[in-house]
Design a protein around this ligand. Structure first.
Ligand code: IMP
Length: 431
């Protein structure tokens, strides 16, 4: 009964979209379990580029069912626009289901996201301004509007009025005009009408799929160190991108997770604020950004770039209990004669082998590097490990030895074919 979780092993943007697309070809069900349209997953199919923010990247396989899980927060307008954009490019998509327990993102969430960021002054998180944090705040405060209520006209009208009382008071505090409940209700009721047919109790669908032996892929968004609890708080997102989030955000128990793969770039990037021990705010970082076109899919922001942080990656392997590592974007490092990888940190004269939990300490650590030989030339034509330069293979070996986690996949370009599978991914573990 193979279930497979794909998570970002760093700070997001590890090229998970492509990996989910490749592995999704064999999946019966693909489920996104956390976040909202703060995510940006790019899939390139020949001449077409798909940019997904809410739809599971696995939706491009017509045989599979794509599910937006209960752990997500969903902007209805964003979702419908994305669905229309996708259908304009291809009719070949899988069936879509949306969890009745997922929360709905409204314009007041987006506005409050911006207001709160402004109010933070120098301590800005650098959010994507998609209203994600405020929507999760409502969920935790138990005033959020779930999909089941949203698509039920009477309940939606009543709940929106209730919530408006609270939100309009907050907006007033921020010096913003109140939102017009009737106007918002009229606009969003139209979206609700279109979304209604997709809404279902997906927890049950997923449990049934898992127990009947279907192949279920759990698609993570963002990355391990953006996790609300385990990441670099407060510079994190408001959900759980770690493997444990696949249980929280879909309604299945931990014993049903067979295989967990973590996607990591051959270097490190981060967008938004927060400590980044291996950041290269110099010509190395610029080179990686240009070579890798490291600009956000959602916001277009230039990503901060740096060397591979093995201290963080090893911690990520443990946090997620990874069964295997997927290394992406090795092609971007081509042509750099000597590569650095961080193997420990120094803090107040002490050596550290992990990320300190307190963000202020993490901001003060100094990365200690080992130098590894680089490689040259175009890696994108490689189709097996033997096609890769010897120094690329040694780099990968160093990473997997250090992290004590086997290599599962190597990605050397954006296309489906530019992928080397080093192991059988869909294990058929009897349960
Ligand atoms: P939020 O998720 O929009 O609240 O943003 C919180 C933090 O998470 C910010 O630093 C964002 O840049 C970061 N973030 C959110 N989504 C992504 C993503 O998909 N990739 C990388 N960073 C992200």
């Amino acid at each position: 009964m193979p279930t497979l979780v794909i998570v970002g092993a760093q700070w997001g943007d590890e090229a998970k979209g492509k990996i989910v697309d490749v592995l999704g070809s064999q999946a019966d069900v693909v489920v996104r379990f956390s976040g909202g349209n703060n995510a940006g997953h790019t899939v390139i199919l020949g001449p077409q580029t798909f940019k997904f923010h809410l739809l599971p990247a696995g939706i491009l396989h017509p045989q599979s069912v794509g599910i937006l899980g209960s752990g997500m927060v969903i902007d209805p307008k964003g979702l419908l626009d994305e669905l229309d954009r996708t259908l304009a490019l291809t009719a070949e998509i899988g069936e879509l289901k949306i969890s009745s327990a997922a929360h709905v993102v409204f314009p007041y969430h987006r506005l409050l996201d911006q207001m709160q960021e402004e109010a933070r002054g120098e301590n800005k998180i650098g959010t994507t301004s998609r209203g994600i944090g405020p929507a999760y705040e409502d969920k935790v405060s138990r005033i959020g509007i779930r999909m089941a209520e949203f698509v039920c006209p009477d309940r939606f009208a009543r709940r929106l009025r209730e919530v408006a009382g609270v939100k309009n008071r907050l907006l007033e505090l921020f010096g913003q005009p109140k939102f017009d409940v009737d106007e918002l209700h009229a606009e969003y009721s139209e979206y609700a009408d279109r979304i209604r047919p997709y809404v279902a109790d997906t927890d049950i669908l997923i449990q049934d799929a898992v127990l009947s032996g279907k192949k279920v892929l759990f698609e993570g968004a963002q990355g391990t160190f953006l996790d609300l609890d385990c990441g670099t708080y407060p510079y994190v997102t408001s959900s759980h991108p770690i493997a444990g989030g696949a249980c929280l955000g879909t309604g299945i128990g931990p014993r049903y997770l067979d295989s967990i793969l973590g996607v990591a770039k051959a270097y490190t990037t981060r967008v938004g604020s927060g400590p980044f021990p291996t950041e290269q705010d110099n010509e190395v970082g610029v080179r990686i950004r240009e070579q890798g076109q490291e600009f956000g899919t959602t916001t277009g922001r230039g990503r901060r770039c740096g060397w591979l942080d093995l201290v963080a990656l090893r911690q990520s392997c443990r946090l997620n209990s990874l069964s295997g590592l997927i290394m992406t974007r090795l092609d971007v490092l081509s042509g750099i004669p000597e590569l650095q990888v961080a193997t420990s940190y120094r803090l107040d004269g002490q050596s550290l082998d992990h990320l300190p939990a307190d963000v202020q300490d993490l901001a003060r650590v100094e990365a200690v590097y080992e130098a590894l030989e680089g490689w040259d030339g175009d890696l994108r034509s490689a189709r097996s490990m033997h096609d890769l330069p010897a120094s690329t293979r040694r780099y990968l070996e160093f990473v997997t030895d250090f992290c004590q986690t086997p290599l599962a996949i190597v990605s050397i370009g954006p296309d489906r074919e530019e992928t080397i599978l080093t192991a059988e991914i869909w294990a058929s573990t009897p349960r």
